[in-house]
Design a protein around this ligand. Structure first.
Ligand code: NAD
Length: 259
């Protein structure tokens, strides 16, 4: 029960298939209480029952693309329950019409929107972290291997993830003097609402399964457990890291079965 007595915020739960759900389950198993934000009223209504089972707090609306929404959500939490121990940022977005075909067809509007929601929102979250987190607080965001190597159709999301990963290092330096840690999990592919927007995602899943040294895809629970570790005091010496939780598939360059 390494999270006993801790309470934290999960940003990005859409449904039971979300990576955020696996993280919430693991945190709960380890004794944490949880709060949730939601992008829209629609999602808020959908996740309210799930959220209640993790700590009985109301879901707070927070559209990270709107100026002031993150700060407002944090103020609401601090004024109602006080400072918290950790934050999970499990949020990304691109127009799905641009997660197919050639990357160079990305529009300026979607490039900026994807960067704003998938990368800048984590910077803004960290900017306000000191107002909501206790000393020794911890933040984790989610990234993907497409930032390192070309993955078909991942396109603009890959650039947003590369920027997100670099921002994790700068944010870790910015917040380190306050004892706050910032890390990312580079998760293997999981079938979720967001992932279904990437064209031919089932092929990515199957290729990952074949490449992985463990010969399978990672599970929600495994990502959740790694995240719990990064949010717990067990990882107190770790910050600014991108930890791969993908059954090892990122370490494989070529497999002869591929050719
Ligand atoms: P998901 O669809 O369950 O979660 C994405 C969440 O982002 C949703 O809850 C959605 O409401 C939220 N979101 C989008 N725009 C928002 C906005 N403007 N304001 C607030 N919230 C907003 O999908 P997921 O796969 O669980 O995605 C969670 C994170 O994991 C993302 O960062 C994703 O890129 C990352 N990731 C996913 C995979 C995968 O294969 N599924 C792999 C590696 C990393």
């Amino acid at each position: 029960m390494i999270m006993n007595g801790k309470i934290g915020l999960i940003m990005g739960l859409a449904n039971k298939f979300s990576i955020a759900y696996g993280i919430a389950e693991s945190l709960k198993q380890m004794g944490a209480k949880l709060l949730f934000t939601s992008q829209t009223e629609y999602f808020k209504n959908k996740i309210s029952d799930i959220a209640k089972s993790f700590g009985d707090h109301d879901v707070i609306l927070c559209d990270v693309s709107k100026d002031g929404d993150i700060e407002k959500a944090f103020d609401c939490i601090v004024s109602t329950i006080g400072k918290i121990d950790f934050i999970v940022h499990s949020i990304a977005f691109s127009d799905k019409d641009e997660l197919i075909g050639k990357y160079y067809n990305t529009t300026r509007a979607n490039f900026l929107h994807a960067m704003n929601i998938s990368c800048y929102s984590f910077t803004e979250t960290c900017k306000h972290a000191r107002s909501i987190l206790k000393e020794n607080g911890s933040l984790v965001t989610l990234t993907y291997y497409g930032s390192e190597k070309v993955v078909p159709n991942y396109n603009v999301m890959a650039l947003a993830k590369a920027a997100l990963e670099t921002s994790v290092r700068y944010l870790a330096e910015d917040l380190g003097e306050f004892g706050i840690r910032v890390n990312a999990i580079s998760a293997g592919p999981i079938k979720t609402l967001a992932a279904s927007g990437v064209s031919e995602f089932s092929k990515i899943l199957s290729y990952d399964r074949q490449r992985s040294p463990l010969r399978r895809n990672v599970t929600q629970q495994e990502i959740g457990d790694a995240c719990t570790f990064l949010l717990s005091d067990m990882s107190s010496g770790i910050t600014g890291e991108i930890i791969h939780v993908d059954c090892g598939s990122n370490i494989i360059g070529v497999k002869f079965d591929d050719v």
